[in-house]
Design a protein around this ligand. Structure first.
Ligand code: PLP
Length: 379
């Protein structure tokens, strides 16, 4: 029998729910991906890059013009100078960017603090690298970070903290005060920060994205991870990047160099070209806020109660007024009996904490949101 490196890990909930959705021909508000088309212009930029011969291995750190464009963008948005040569690496997706950060810093037995509910790759990523996960529950029902508990959880073995803003699955956005507290803890205890900012542009209600890049002392100890898939409605492209100070990036690149080595060349060239169209990402907050609000309005007459999201693809809803069932059983019944796939929030906790909450993805066409609401109204 093979000795598993991840003995407690099963099939991801997204795969399970998506398979059930296909089986029952259900509307899928489970997995987080847009069901509307991406930009034809961007597709053409990639096709042009392929026709122009951009089909061989890219530079291991990423196509230089793309890193330059990203550096300019970061400067415009966050007024910070990031060196495209030494501080940006293009990766095959945001998840890989995060995994590589863990691989770079974790030595066996190192503790890493994460917040639950948590995006599902973090725990296996830390475990696989020999780290010990220290989960801290966000405070229900607003899912705020309990900073006193973070302080209390720090030990001599604590190596890093992972944060995610805007947050999947709750849509909570970290504030300036959060970042200041985070910086204080990271600096006091000489920790590293892994900041998952894949939903950087999907932020609502006039809130500002508080990136770790904007805080120089914090950034000095940070790996900040992004995803082109989320920004350009092409999650299937699996392309992202990591921004980190040169000293940290030097070590990061040692890991990347002998893993993926490099990423898809024509997509990098195509995105670099398309990045001139700033409105494509500057309008994302408005676009997704309208979708969040439309779904809210459609569900206003049900007994489902939203728990406010200020960012990401997601909003969570309490079904406490509808059923006593566990969220897993409830989600299974929704897909089998009502034709709608959602994600039970307990899937994002190691100990399956169940507050009777489901996560809905609103990154969908109007017709999909309406069809989903028609199912949920019957529950
Ligand atoms: C919080 C979070 N981080 C990372 C990712 C992964 O990004 P990518 O598809 O670029 O690997 C996702 C995708 O769902 C996410 O929700």
């Amino acid at each position: 029998m093979m000795q598993s490196k991840l003995p407690n890990i099963g099939t991801s909930i997204f795969t399970v729910m998506s398979q059930l959705a296909v089986k029952h021909n259900a509307i899928n508000l489970g997995q987080g991906f847009p069901d509307f088309p991406m930009s034809e212009t961007l597709i053409n930029c990639v096709a042009n890059a392929m026709h122009a011969g951009g089909n061989q291995y890219a530079h291991t750190n990423g196509v230089p013009i793309l890193r330059e464009r990203l550096s300019e963008k970061i400067n415009n948005l966050y007024q910070t100078d990031i060196n495209p040569e030494s501080e940006i690496t293009i990766t095959p997706g945001g998840t890989y960017a995060i995994f590589t950060a863990f691989s770079t810093i974790i030595h066996p037995g190192d503790e890493v603090i994460i917040f639950e509910p948590a995006y599902d790759s973090y725990i296996p990523n830390i475990t696989f690298n020999g780290g010990v996960v220290v989960p801290i529950a966000l405070e229900f029902p607003n899912y705020t970070i309990p900073w006193d508990k973070v302080n209390a959880a720090i030990t001599k073995k604590t190596k890093a903290i992972l944060v995610n803003t805007p947050h999947n699955p709750t849509g909570v956005v970290m504030t300036k005060e959060d970042l200041i507290k985070l910086q204080d803890i990271v600096l006091t205890h000489h920790l590293y920060l892994i900041s998952d900012e894949v939903y950087e542009h999907l932020i609502f209600d006039n809130k500002q994205h508080e990136t770790a890049i904007k805080y120089p002392d914090l950034f000095a100890r940070s790996f900040v991870c992004f995803s082109f898939g989320k920004t350009y409605h092409c999650t299937g492209w699996k392309l992202g990047y990591c921004v980190a100070p040169a000293a940290l990036m030097k070590e990061y690149r040692k890991v990347h160099q002998f893993n993926a080595f490099s990423c898809d060349t024509p997509k990098q060239l195509g995105i670099a070209e398309y990045m001139n169209k700033k409105e494509s990402y500057l309008t994302l907050g408005t676009l997704f806020q309208e979708k969040r609000d439309y779904l809210r309005s459609l569900l206003a007459h049900t007994k489902l109660k939203y728990i406010p999201s200020s960012g990401s693809y997601f909003e969570s809803y309490s079904y406490q007024a509808v059923s006593e069932e566990s969220d897993k059983v409830f989600a299974e019944r929704l897909v089998k009996d009502f034709g709608i796939a959602v994600i039970p929030m307990s899937a994002f906790y190691q100990n399956a904490t169940d507050h009777k909450v489901i996560r809905l993805c609103f990154a969908k066409k109007t017709e999909t949101l309406e069809a989903a609401a028609n199912c949920l109204i019957k529950v």
